[in-house]
Ligand binder design. Structure first.
Ligand SMILES: [Zn+2]
Length: 302
């Protein structure tokens, strides 16, 4: 945890939510099969990821995979009680040791949504170049500002600064991805080619990102890729159409809600709760269980 005012206040609020029974209430509802919890990570260290796995196991939860969720949606499997789905976005290098090793040791399914280009080329994720270039005064826009710029324009800006701020590989290698996939418990699914903000892309670019990432992963892994996670959770009906055309059967957003039987009406808008790498574990428990997203407002005036 990074110790700052926000995180300490959030820690205290999370302890309050736990002590007053909010998390327990949610667990009781999950035990009754009211909903499935779905959670996403990015690049957690091993201690954080393993703590999250252990918290759910100690609280009687079972882990389900993205394929299990699809089977549940199709009613090939019953709607489960006390179940959680773990997903991981981007394909960070640390995922092999911090996610895959833990998943295999605890024998739990996990899905990694990987962006293929950083894996194929060894280039860092585009926002890392911008953050570094911004620090050095080489580019005026921040990462969040560039996420709103037309994709073509953003790509040009990234290309112009990349050589000036060398960054080591941040993503898994193709061989690492293959090894992880071959172990069986971690499935690799798609998170586009270059991790653009899809809503800023032209039709052609958006379709390419969705289709090409699937083709590349299927060639590398010799497995069917059927599931997708939207970069930054941003999409429109256009992306859903491209996903359907490409043969994906489900897609995950970053909307922090429970997965219920209702959610299966639209398999391309499946919600997920986030885990943050910089906050207290108590806050992450509240985030993963959804308690955090339905908390009393404690914001004081003045
Ligand atoms: Zn991402």
């Amino acid at each position: 945890m990074v110790f700052n005012k926000r995180n300490i206040a959030a820690y205290l609020l999370s302890r309050y939510l736990m002590l007053t029974g909010k998390v327990k209430q949610i667990k009781n509802r999950a035990d009754k099969g009211e909903f499935i919890l779905s959670v996403y990570f990015h690049d957690p260290d091993k201690k954080l990821f393993e703590s999250c796995v252990r918290w759910f196991l100690n609280n009687g939860f079972s882990f389900i995979s993205t394929n299990d969720l699809e089977a549940i949606a199709k009613k090939e499997k019953p709607f489960p009680k006390a179940s959680v789905l773990f997903t991981v976005d981007d394909g960070w290098k640390g995922n092999k040791e911090n996610i895959a090793e833990v998943a295999n040791r605890y024998k739990i399914p996990v899905t990694i949504f990987a962006s293929t280009q950083p894996i194929a080329t060894g280039e860092a994720y585009w926002w890392s170049y911008i953050a570094e270039a911004n620090k050095k005064g080489l580019v005026s826009q921040s990462v969040s500002e560039l996420k709103k710029v037309a994709n073509e324009e953003r790509v040009k800006i990234v290309q112009a600064v990349r050589a000036k701020v060398p960054i080591q590989r941040e993503a898994l290698t193709v061989d690492e991805l293959k090894e992880i996939s071959a172990d069986g418990l971690v499935s690799i699914e798609s998170h586009t080619v270059t991790h653009p903000i899809l809503i800023t892309c032209s039709d052609e670019q958006s379709r390419f990102e969705i289709l090409e990432s699937k083709t590349i992963l299927e060639t590398w892994l010799q497995k069917k890729v059927k599931h997708f996670a939207y970069p930054n959770g941003l999409f429109t009906n256009r992306e859903i159409k491209f996903l359907q055309e490409a043969g994906y059967t489900s897609a995950y957003t970053t909307v922090p809600e429970y997965i219920t039987a209702e959610s299966f009406r639209d398999m391309y808008r499946l919600p997920r709760f986030d885990v943050l790498e910089t906050v207290s574990f108590a806050e992450n428990i509240c985030r993963m269980t959804g308690a955090w997203f339905d908390k009393p407002s404690l914001s004081a005036k003045g």
